[in-house]
Ligand binder design. Structure first.
Ligand SMILES: Cc1cc2nc3c(=O)[nH]c(=O)nc-3n(C[C@H](O)[C@H](O)[C@H](O)COP(=O)(O)O)c2cc1C
Ligand SMILES: O=C(O)C(=O)c1ccccc1
Length: 389
């Protein structure tokens, strides 16, 4: 993917002779506005919204603005390389698609569209436990492209073990355990809209097809969906989870295990003690603890605590190339992109997601070059200024 940004830019200018109001959006703001036009209130605010007064949702973005890039000159950025290495594998770029459940509320193709868009750009796709399409269907459309599986730890340990077995069987490369959502936060917009996707049977595909989950029901979900949804709501989240439970997971898989939702450096150290392979610094896109520290502010102390021991990834607020450069300069090995992909999905399905990711990659490549850097390894704090007061 050498000098990807220049190629994309050239392509855009070459294929268009004048501005075209019907072409797909470029900016994040434009994608979001278009998504607002095509989605009803319920789904749109489910995606766009956050917990409580949305302080953390906003702060995830504001934190990026507080850091300034201080570009370096005359450092030969003619040939660039965006690739990174994680757990012994090479990835073309430092981007991944964040796990996002219930995508059929956004577009009828749901996760199959976003997974295919990822595969086309060789950007790892993280399948959510709460996906509408099953993890097997998603793996199938992705072929050999990189894919990780995000695990919501079920109250029923046998369901949890079954999910991990299934993910391994169809070729997922890593397990991401999300820790920050053992229950839904107080989300005011969803309460106002009386909108919760899984109560209308969305996001339960992996569960309804799971042999262990099915064995717990009196009748199959096809015959009695209400019973199955009820069982799902009772067992979905596990607020009783402790560090010891991670040992159970380690026994069930040899895949790399990452913990998603770590914000405290002491938890990062615990993760290392418990043999975890990586960390994703995240506040779930401001959807869980309102008032929680922004992801970018949480990142440096965590990198300081465990960055030498294991890769630290982050998500929350990545919208443009400069955001990627800032997060990586603060020590993140890679970043996950959430809502921007979903707005692409809403507006133009697979093509929309691919366009969002392609443009973000191009912007990242160009911003890196203009900052005087040629590879991810060259990004560090020396090109950042923290203007936070
Ligand atoms: C609609 C929606 C659904 C989500 N579902 C999941 C999920 O199933 N599992 C998970 O670990 N995170 C989930 N997340 C959180 C994302 O993985 C990610 O942490 C967050 O969106 C990143 O922030 P950003 O949207 O600002 O990029 C969801 C986020 C959104 C917006
Ligand atoms: O909405 C979310 O943030 C989320 O993580 C989730 C959890 C369960 C089902 C669908 C989405």
């Amino acid at each position: 993917m050498s000098n990807f940004g220049n190629k994309v830019q050239f392509e855009v200018y070459q294929t268009m002779t004048k501005p075209d109001p019907d072409r797909l959006p470029i900016s994040y703001e434009e994608w979001e506005a278009k998504a607002r036009e095509v989605l009803n209130d319920g789904p749109f605010y489910y995606v766009a919204g956050g917990a409580g007064g949305e302080e953390t949702l906003k702060d995830n973005l504001h934190s990026f603005a507080r850091y300034k890039i201080v570009p370096r000159m005359l450092r030969n950025a003619e040939d660039r390389d965006l690739s990174i290495e994680l757990f012994g594998k090479n990835y073309d770029s430092p981007l991944l698609q964040a796990p996002i459940g219930v995508q059929s509320i956004i577009h009828e193709d749901g996760e199959l569209a976003s997974a295919k868009a990822s595969a086309a750009l060789n950007i790892p796709y993280i399948t959510s436990s709460a996906s509408t399409k099953t993890m097997e269907e998603i793996a199938e459309v992705m072929g050999d492209a990189p894919k990780w599986f995000q695990l919501y730890w079920n109250k029923d340990p046998e369901v949890t073990a079954s999910f991990v077995r299934r993910a391994e069987a169809v070729g997922y490369d890593a397990i991401v355990v999300t820790l920050d959502t053992p229950m839904m936060a107080w989300r005011e917009k969803d309460l106002k809209n009386v909108y919760l996707p899984f109560l209308i049977g969305e996001g339960v595909g992996n569960y309804f097809t799971d042999p262990v989950f099915r064995s717990r029901l009196e009748s199959p979900p096809e015959e009695n969906p209400a019973e199955a949804v009820m069982h799902w709501t009772k067992t979905f989240g596990n607020p009783g989870l402790t560090w010891e439970h991670l040992l159970f997971l380690r026994e069930h898989t040899d895949l790399p295990i990452l913990l998603k939702g770590i914000l405290h450096p002491d938890d990062a150290k615990m993760a290392h003690e418990y043999g975890v392979d990586g960390i994703i610094v995240s506040n779930h896109g401001g959807r869980q603890v309102d008032g929680a520290v922004s992801s970018l502010d949480a990142l440096p102390p965590i990198v300081e605590a465990v960055g030498k021991e294991m890769p630290v990834l982050m998500d929350g607020g990545i919208r443009r190339g400069a955001d990627v450069i800032k997060a990586l300069s603060l020590g993140a090995k890679a970043v996950l992109v959430g809502r921007p992909c979903m707005y692409g999905l809403a507006v133009a399905g697979e093509q929309g997601v691919q366009e969002v990711l392609r443009n973000l990659l191009a912007d990242t490549d160009i911003t890196m070059a203009l900052s005087g850097c040629s590879s991810m390894a060259e990004l560090n704090r020396s090109i950042l200024l923290n203007t936070k007061r």
